[in-house]
Write a protein that binds this ligand. Structure first.
Ligand code: C5P
Length: 311
């Protein structure tokens, strides 16, 4: 194929994420919460292949995770991303998107956001719209709070809705075991539960800081590549809310923590539980223990790059 010919299709890979720190501040008038988070992109990937088409369609959705609840209509974030890019750039054709999923669905790991980020990069390349990374970031933020991080990848601090990103220094590799759960948690419900909890128990637990910020220990641990230090600093304000909605998760959290993990945490709004381990070997052992107990457990490591063209 000569360079002048358009690509027949473009495949883009984008990672899932773990929030190693998530502090939720006040509810803002737009319905979002002010927050401060530290994201780590991990080696569970979504692949989106974009192919020229007259319409906007999802061709197929396949994957290594249960796919129940993934929409094929306009509620699909990858399709929404393609339509937004076309509308903003004046592109008149359509696209077919084929999505291969490795990130647990509705799991709190940003799988849908990764699909949207991958679709933006894939359609931009397929259509030759040539947007800058700043333009893509702005479109990503309109699609969802976690979409800009799926574009960026690596390690980053997010403030505001979580979409105001600053890359963070990180060294080394962190090994995780992810305990997936077939029944998803609705992110808005988890935030609403946290608000209710704070209303009821504000006197004891406070209402959230006016200006949330990522603790220095977290950034230090990421910079040092020190899993033990990071384990001690893992924190997620949504965890208590999610465990209230889903008390069944506590048992798996305890099992992981008593079976070799340095620490466990609810990933985002859950229900996926993320266990940080000392090494790849320790992670493989914990995965085996969880699988033997009947829990669907996946291995992943981070940080890994953001959305990029792979074919
Ligand atoms: O942006 P996204 O669609 O991923 O957010 C899903 C929901 O999570 C929002 O509608 C909101 O209820 C909640 N959310 C929030 N504050 C944030 C991010 C998300 O309240 N910073």
């Amino acid at each position: 194929m000569s360079l002048a010919e358009p690509f027949p299709s473009v495949r883009v890979r984008a990672p899932g994420k773990i929030n190693v720190y998530l502090e939720v501040g006040r509810l803002m008038p737009d319905g979002y919460h002010d927050l401060a988070t530290a994201f780590q992109a991990v080696s569970l990937y979504e692949d989106v292949t974009a192919t020229h088409d007259d319409d906007f369609v999802i061709g197929s959705i396949t994957g290594t995770v249960p796919l129940i609840g993934v929409p094929k209509d306009d509620r699909n974030l990858a399709l929404a991303a393609a339509k937004l890019l076309a509308a903003e750039t004046g592109y008149h054709g359509g696209v077919r998107l084929d999505i291969a999923k490795d990130v647990p669905v509705s799991g709190g790991m940003g799988g849908g956001s990764a699909d949207a980020a991958a679709a933006l990069v894939a359609c931009d390349a397929l259509w030759g719209t040539g947007l800058t990374s700043g333009d893509l970031h702005a479109l990503a933020a309109r699609l969802g709070a976690d979409v800009p991080f799926a574009l960026l990848g690596g390690t980053a601090v997010g403030t505001g809705r979580g979409d105001n990103l600053n890359p963070a220094l990180a060294h080394g590799r962190f090994d995780w075991v992810l305990a997936a759960n077939p029944v998803g948690v609705s992110t808005p419900e988890a935030y609403a539960m946290l608000d209710r909890h704070r209303e009821e128990h504000g006197a004891e637990i406070g209402h959230g800081r006016d200006v949330p910020g990522v603790e220095a220990d977290v950034l230090h641990a990421l910079r040092q590549g020190d899993a033990r230090m990071l384990a001690a600093a893992l924190s997620n304000d949504l965890q208590a809310a999610t465990l209230r909605l889903r008390p069944d998760l506590s048992e798996v959290l305890e099992l992981g923590e008593s079976s070799g993990a340095l620490a466990g945490i609810v990933s985002g709004s859950g229900p996926t539980l993320a266990f940080l381990c000392e090494s790849a070997e320790a992670a493989a052992e914990l995965q085996q223990t969880l699988v033997t107990s009947g829990t669907d457990a996946l291995l992943a490591h981070g940080p890994v790059p953001g959305a990029r063209i792979v074919g």
